[in-house]
Design a binder for this molecule. Structure first.
Ligand code: NAP
Length: 281
């Protein structure tokens, strides 16, 4: 493929991207990445200060960014954001459901039911809220991409993470079901799920600080950090960028994992990036 065509397909000029969990970590890196390649970005998270700093940093680089203080577990918050975004800019082209929480961590029989329910309300219901709020305008426009940040924990039990594992497994099947529902009604809309690997963010710091009686594998995660093998957030951000482009069409309705060389290779070639290293998963 000639270089010029590759560049055009990778650019997101004129597109509007909504990203939840964009105040820090993977979501912030994704917002910065999408803005760098031309998208206008709407950033959502709960902490106003972090959100404003993230939006300001993007604007300082010449990007277009708007912060929205939103708790994705709260339908009214998400609905209000969608109304404001739609009113100003119309239907988004890209919606990234990335907001997530790991807590509560500990044996299932010891956890506070309210905390457990909140984890699912953020990780799963939060993704549904985005689809419910932005989906109608995207279906009507007949185009768009949903991208959900899931986790390898969706596929493997991890002692201490009952809420997180259950939530991410639920998120995966929610996304697959959504893809199935859109297939006939709006075949140009795509749904993607990514597994980012073990990424150097505040969430990993929380994991490392958990006492072993609540999280038996804590030493393993402390060792990842000590040995410097965590993925930098710009790597999953690049995966989110790739998934937002037509290059990733084959991954519609199925998981794209950064641990999979079959994902990392075309990502690097299509976007003109170095091949990301293999890391622990
Ligand atoms: P992070 O650094 O803790 O960032 C999480 C982001 O989500 C923050 O901006 C946070 O901001 C926001 N958020 C949390 N709860 C929210 C809510 N109820 N409503 C709106 N925003 C909310 O974590 P991260 O590592 O970047 O994680 C991003 C995603 O990647 C999550 O879905 C996580 O499960 C997934 N993931 C991470 C790893 C990893 O190793 N880091 C591995 C696999 C999957 P506020 O607190 O201000 O709301």
């Amino acid at each position: 493929m000639p270089q010029k065509t590759m560049e055009n397909k990778a650019r997101l000029d004129g597109q509007l991207a909504v990203i939840s969990g964009a105040g820090r970590g993977i979501g912030r890196a994704a917002a910065e990445q999408l803005a760098r390649v031309g998208a206008r970005v709407a950033l959502a998270a709960r902490s106003e200060k972090a959100l404003h700093e993230a939006a300001e940093a993007i604007r300082a680089q010449g990007g277009r960014a708007e912060p929205f203080v939103v708790d994705v577990s709260q339908w009214e918050d998400v609905r209000r954001m969608a109304e404001s975004v739609r009113h100003a800019h119309g239907a988004p082209h890209i919606v990234v459901g990335n907001a997530g929480v790991i807590e509560p961590v500990g044996p299932a029989w010891t956890l506070d039911p309210k905390d457990w329910a909140y984890n699912l309300a953020v990780n799963v219901t939060g993704a549904f809220h985005l689809v419910r709020a932005f989906g109608p305008s995207m279906v009507e426009a007949g185009r768009g991409v949903f991208i959900f940040t899931s986790s390898g924990a969706a596929k493997h039990p991890v002692a201490g993470w009952s809420a997180y594992c259950a939530a991410k497994a639920g998120l995966d099947l929610f996304a697959e079901t959504l893809a199935e529902e859109l297939r006939t009604v709006a075949p140009s809309l795509r749904v993607h799920v990514l597994y980012p690997g073990v990424v150097d963010t505040a969430m990993q710091q929380k994991i490392r600080e958990t006492p072993p009686e609540r999280f038996p594998r804590v030493k393993e995660f402390q060792a990842y950090h000590a040995h410097g093998v965590l993925r930098p957030a710009h790597e999953p951000a690049a995966l989110i960028w790739w998934l937002a482009t037509p290059f990733a069409a084959d991954y519609h309705g199925r998981v794209a994992s950064l641990d999979d060389p079959a994902v990392r290779r075309p990502l690097a070639a299509d976007l003109g990036l170095p091949l990301f290293a293999s890391r622990p998963s």
